[in-house]
Ligand binder design. Structure first.
Ligand code: KG4
Ligand code: ZN
Length: 336
C-alpha cells in the first residue's frame, strides 16, 4: 500500500493567517483560519503593516492548533508548503520566514506555492474526482484571470483584468455606498432585496480580458449625483452586469478552446448570484461547473497544501533562499 503523504500548508498573503494539514492533496485533516477582518474593518480596507504584525503574533499558535486538530505531530509531516506570492510583501514574508524556520529545524522539504494556483487547487479538496484539463475562472480580491489548466502544474493565461480585480470593484462599490469592508458579501446579501433596474455600462473587450473600472466609476458617480438612490437596486444591477461580463468571456473561451469543465475559484466565487448564473449556464450546455465549498473560496491554507502536494510529488523543492514575491505570476519560476 502506498504511504499517505501529509502536507502542511501555510498562508499569510493578505489578512488571513492559516495553517492546514492535507492528506494526499485531497483530504483536509485540519484547516485553521484566523481572519483579521474585524481589525481592518475600522480602516475600510487591509492595512499592510497591521496585517504583518497580526500574522507574526498568531502564526505559531495557529500551526500548533492545525497539528492538534489533525491529530498528527510535526514529525509525521512530509512537506511544508507556503504561499510566497502574490500578496502583500510584509504579510507574505511572515509565512515564508516561518515556513523556512520550520523546514530548517525539522529537515522537512519546503515547497513554494503561488497563491493563485492555490485558489485553483482549492477545488481539488471539494471535488475528489476533479482533474485537469479544465478552464478556470479565478475571481478574487486581487485577481481576475481566465486560465487554461492543462495539468496540475501547467497553466496558460487566456485572459485577465486590464484594471481592477473583480473583488476590488465589489469592495470599492460597497465602501462608496456605505456598506463597509469587505464589501463583496454585503453586496451579495443586499442585492437579494433589490431589482437589477439601473442601467450600467458593460465593457466587452475583443479578446478574453476583462475591465471593471468603468462600471465601478459609473456606480460611484451615480451615487454621488443621487445619494438617495436605492442601494439594493444598485447592488442587484452591479452584480447583474459584472456577472454578464464573466459569463460572456467564459462562453467565448469555451467556444474557442472546447473545454468541457469550468472551475471557478477565489473569494468572489462565494457570490450567490454568480453561482446561480453559472449553474444556469451549465444546465444549457455540455459543460460541468465546479466551485469550492464556501470556506475554501476565500484565503485558506488547505488550498496551499493541496497545490503543494502536486508540486511535492513532482519533485519540486524550494530552499532556504526562498523569498516573498509580491507580484508573482502564475507559473513564474522561483527567483532567488
Ligand atoms: O480570495 P480572497 O480571499 O482574497 C484574494 O486572494 O484576493 O478574496 C477576497 C475577496 C474580497 O474582495 C471579498 O469582497 C470577496 O472576495 N468576496 C465576495 C463574496 N465573499 C467574498 N464577493 C462577492 N460576493 C461574495 N459573497
Ligand atoms: Zn486569495
Amino acid at each position: 500500500m502506498k504511504k499517505d503523504l501529509l502536507i502542511m500548508g501555510i498562508e499569510t498573503s493578505c489578512d488571513e493567517t492559516s495553517v492546514s494539514i492535507v492528506k494526499n492533496g485531497r483530504k483536509i485533516l485540519s484547516n485553521i483560519i484566523h481572519s483579521q477582518i474585524n481589525i481592518h474593518e475600522e480602516y475600510g480596507g487591509v492595512v499592510p503593516e497591521i496585517a504583518s504584525r497580526c500574522h507574526i503574533e498568531i502564526i505559531n499558535n495557529i500551526m500548533k492548533k492545525a497539528l492538534k486538530e489533525a491529530n498528527v505531530t510535526l514529525n509525521q509531516i512530509d512537506g511544508i508548503a507556503v504561499t510566497h506570492g502574490p500578496g502583500l510583501v510584509g504579510a507574505l514574508l511572515v509565512g515564508v520566514s516561518y515556513a523556512k524556520g520550520l523546514s530548517f529545524v525539522t529537515g522537512k522539504p519546503l515547497i513554494a506555492v503561488n497563491h493563485i494556483e492555490g485558489h485553483i487547487a482549492g477545488n481539488y479538496l471539494t471535488h475528489e474526482e476533479l482533474e485537469p484539463p479544465f478552464l478556470c475562472l479565478v475571481i478574487s480580491g486581487g485577481h481576475t484571470y481566465l486560465v487554461s489548466v492543462i495539468s496540475y502544474q501547467n497553466f496558460e493565461m487566456l485572459g485577465k483584468t486590464r484594471d481592477d480585480a473583480i473583488g476590488e470593484a465589489f469592495d470599492k462599490v460597497a465602501r462608496v455606498i456605505g456598506l463597509g469592508y469587505p464589501g463583496g458579501p454585503k453586496i451579495d446579501v443586499l442585492a437579494k432585496q433589490g431589482q437589477p433596474c439601473i442601467k450600467l455600462p458593460v465593457t466587452h473587450l475583443n479578446n478574453l480580458d476583462f475591465s471593471f473600472s468603468g462600471i465601478k466609476t459609473a456606480i460611484v458617480n451615480l451615487h454621488h449625483r443621487n445619494p438617495n438612490i436605492d442601494k439594493a437596486d444598485l447592488c442587484a444591477s452591479f452584480q447583474k452586469v459584472i456577472t454578464e461580463m464573466l459569463v460572456t468571456n467564459v462562453k467565448k473561451a469555451i467556444q474557442q478552446y472546447h473545454f468541457d469543465k469550468l472551475v471557478i475559484a477565489g473569494g468572489v466565487s462565494r457570490n450567490s448570484y454568480i453561482r446561480n448564473a453559472f449553474d444556469e449556464f451549465a444546465k444549457n450546455t455540455q459543460v460541468n461547473v465546479y466551485y469550492p465549498e464556501p470556506v475554501l473560496c476565500t484565503d485558506n491554507a488547505a488550498m496551499i497544501a493541496a497545490c503543494g502536494y502536486y508540486q511535492y510529488i513532482n519533485g519540486e523543492r524550494a530552499d532556504l533562499k526562498l523569498n516573498a514575491i509580491p507580484n508573482l505570476k502564475i507559473q513564474e519560476p522561483i527567483k532567488e
